[in-house]
Write a protein that binds this ligand. Structure first.
Ligand code: WTA
Length: 673
């Protein structure tokens, strides 16, 4: 791939205006002023967000929009009371959306006999009733308490959002673990959250196969037990009807639990403090231990509502489709809570973009008349490899806004997406944000009634109410066109409250880097500004990889590798990849007496799959060396390993202990190239 920075710099002046927006475009200077007015001081920040907070439902309004007396533990809408489930169901019904379709779900088209694909449509009333029933079941049958955390290991089926809403209704919390994670990864997350209950499904369809999720949960529960944590019940939703292992004293079918819960049971919605927490979501950091990002109720809701309006310009007749998995933050925020609290119709689907063939998404856009589409650059780059007729033979003219998220979008992929999906007349942008930010933070803001011009590959402008800066290592602002670290220097409502059970790590990880300068949220991303003030995120600056948009720490991969008895040491680096964005290259030192072989590679891949899950394992490249390049003080020089994999100059090697290790790495890399 071309150097992403150079490729993006070429687009700095390339302002593109979709024809249907030609009369609705900001002069950059005007937008700049408008933006600056929202971040002048604390009062202007509060005023900006309060305007949006006033549009959503509160049981009790807040006393203060922002309490910044104990940074970096900012508190938003202090004294306010609301509830995510109320916002997504009761409030929608109150606004006349009782019979409106809330969720359209399409199953994987597994049937080959010409039967239509499996579709479920749930109205807001369905959501309301079913989530009330689930809330009643959790409370009355399982004794789930307010503040208790439940772990969900569920695939993309409507029961997942229903459970999320059921849990929110009673003030409990969820920790959703992406269903592509392994038993080991799941076990660690169950134990960290202290979950008594795990909700899963028997299986799920993916590319024509049934994955046995329940068997993975059983393994995870076993690991928990060995570590002294008891999972009391595993609740199983029936999806694929596959054979599953069963333990009578612990496992229970969801439908059995619900059988005698009345259709019209009502559970009073807990009035949650704005600063209560609503969920935790584990994400990767630069050490092996996953971090539980803890999100609020009120601030999170206001952030999602605002971004749905400003960035997706959501309207009542939209069909909104975010292709993410709900197991990641993008799905939490923009399949479930964001669209539902705006009363939208949100799509969710089971399966994959390339099964039964690469037309699946285009066909679905036509089938349901999708108007707003949100996906990941890695998927766009995969689709780009196939002839355009696969997509253009479907009518996608309903689309009016198409965005991407998860990693930088290269200008070439942006152009393809804008042309083939967007027929060069949509708002098309790359919205930058993170698990920790709760919601999107950059864009072109069609919801303001006019947009700032598009540019291929940019992230657009920071959202009003938020100040971003690009700093060098010393904390000085770098000039437009120069690379630095992206920081956020004002608090925003969707930001994580803390790391679960680990406030000190929260301070260190996100506010440690520029401590001497003040409270700067460090994103861990490289970025640059252009002269117009647009942000261009270039990729991670730390040891976190984005593999097909999935976030994974090299430290997690390394610790998984060394947990294999034959592995002495391992070092993982990311190598850029034209489709996946990045893939992990793992250099492994085997223990004395163990020989490298193709079987060993397979064995280690299997181990990686078992410890972390298929997402990482399927893309990882494993190669063997006798020693790793280290500094004289014994630190692995990953920078050199990355240079080897990228075929780049090694740079400064004065601290290198032995050149032999680099030569070895080069040879080892040649073997797997
Ligand atoms: C990257 C996903 C460039 C970035 C919502 C960030 C992006 C990390 C973009 C967070 C984008 C996300 N352009 N890079 N539009 N969106 N990233 O927590 O490196 O899975 O720090 O959240 O993804 O990944 P996470």
């Amino acid at each position: 791939m071309a150097d992403p920075m150079e490729a993006m710099k070429k687009e700095f002046e390339n302002r593109i205006i979709p024809p249907s927006w030609k009369d609705r475009v900001w002069e950059i200077e005007d937008y700049r002023k408008f933006h600056e007015d929202t971040i002048k001081d604390k009062e202007s920040i509060e005023k900006w967000w309060e305007k949006w907070a006033n549009e959503i439902f509160w049981f009790r309004k807040w006393d203060r929009a922002l309490d910044d007396s104990n940074p970096p533990f900012y508190r938003w809408f202090v004294g306010g009371e609301t509830n995510l489930a109320y916002l997504c169901t009761d409030w929608q019904i109150e606004q006349g959306r009782k019979n409106k379709v809330a969720i359209i779900w399409e199953g994987e088209p597994v049937k080959e006999n010409g039967e239509p694909v499996e579709v479920r449509k749930l109205t807001y009333y369905d959501l309301y009733r079913e989530s009330n029933r689930i809330a009643a079941m959790l409370k009355d049958k399982l004794g789930v308490k307010k503040d208790e955390i439940l772990t969900f290991y569920l695939p993309m089926i409507p029961e997942l959002p229903l459970f999320m809403l059921g849990v929110q209704r009673i003030g409990a919390k969820h920790s959703i673990v992406f269903s592509g994670f392994s038993a080991q990864a799941l076990a660690v997350r169950i134990m960290d959250a202290g979950a008594r209950y795990v909700v899963t499904a028997d299986g799920v369809y993916r590319r024509g196969k049934v994955l046995n999720l329940k068997a993975i949960v059983d393994d995870a529960v076993k690991i928990c037990e060995q570590e002294g944590h008891k999972v009391e019940k595993v609740i199983v939703v029936k999806r694929a009807g596959n054979e599953i292992p069963w333990n009578d004293s612990r496992d229970v079918w969801f439908e059995d639990l619900m059988a005698d819960i009345g259709k019209n049971v009502k559970v009073e919605c807990e009035k949650m403090g704005s600063e209560d927490f609503s969920f935790i979501l584990y994400t990767s950091g630069t050490t092996g231990r996953p971090k539980g990002a803890q999100h609020s109720v009120g601030g999170y809701a206001v952030h999602l509502y605002t971004t749905m309006k400003l960035i997706f310009d959501i309207k009542d007749d939209d069909i909104f489709w975010c292709t993410a998995d709900i197991g990641w933050i993008t799905g939490h925020s923009y399949i479930v809570y964001g669209p539902l609290m705006c009363g939208a119709t949100t799509m969710m689907y089971e399966g994959a973009p390339d099964f039964p063939d690469v037309s699946r998404w285009a066909a679905m856009i036509e089938r349901y008349g999708v108007t707003i589409f949100y996906t990941a650059p890695t998927a766009i780059r995969m689709l780009m490899r196939f002839p355009e007729e696969n997509y253009t033979k479907y009518d996608m003219s309903t689309l009016r806004i198409i965005h991407s998220v998860g990693e930088p979008i290269n200008p070439e992929a942006w152009r393809w997406y804008y042309r083939v999906f967007g027929r060069e007349d949509v708002v098309c942008s790359s919205t930058w944000w993170m698990t920790e930010t709760g919601g999107m933070l950059t864009d072109h803001f069609p919801g303001l009634g006019k947009i700032i011009p598009l540019k291929p590959g940019t992230n657009g402008y920071p959202i009003p109410g938020v100040r971003m800066e690009v700093l060098d290592d010393e904390g000085n602002s770098v000039k437009p066109g120069e690379r630095g670290y992206l920081v956020i220097s004002t608090p925003w409502p969707g930001m994580l409250m803390t790391l679960f059970k680990d406030p000190n790590r929260f301070i260190d990880v996100y506010f440690g880097k520029y401590k001497s300068k003040g409270w700067y949220y460090y994103t861990g991303d490289f970025a640059m500004f252009d002269e117009d003030g647009y942000v261009w995120v270039l990729g991670r600056a730390d040891d976190i990889l984005k593999v097909a948009g999935h976030r994974i720490g090299t430290a997690e991969i390394e610790s998984a590798m060394v947990s294999h008895p034959d592995v002495a040491e391992a070092a993982c680096v990311g190598k850029s990849d034209p489709v996946k964005g990045e893939i992990p290259i793992i250099y492994v030192v085997l223990r004395e007496g163990v020989e490298p072989s193709p079987d060993m590679v397979n064995e280690l891949k299997k181990h990686l799959r078992a410890t972390l899950g298929p997402v990482v394992a399927s893309d990882a490249v494993i190669t063997f060396v006798n020693t790793l390049p280290k500094t004289r003080s014994g630190k692995i020089m990953r920078r050199l390993l990355r240079a080897v994999a990228e075929g780049k100059e090694l740079g400064d090697v004065t601290t290198l202990e032995s050149e032999v290790a680099v030569e070895e790495a080069k040879k080892a890399y040649e073997m797997v190239k």
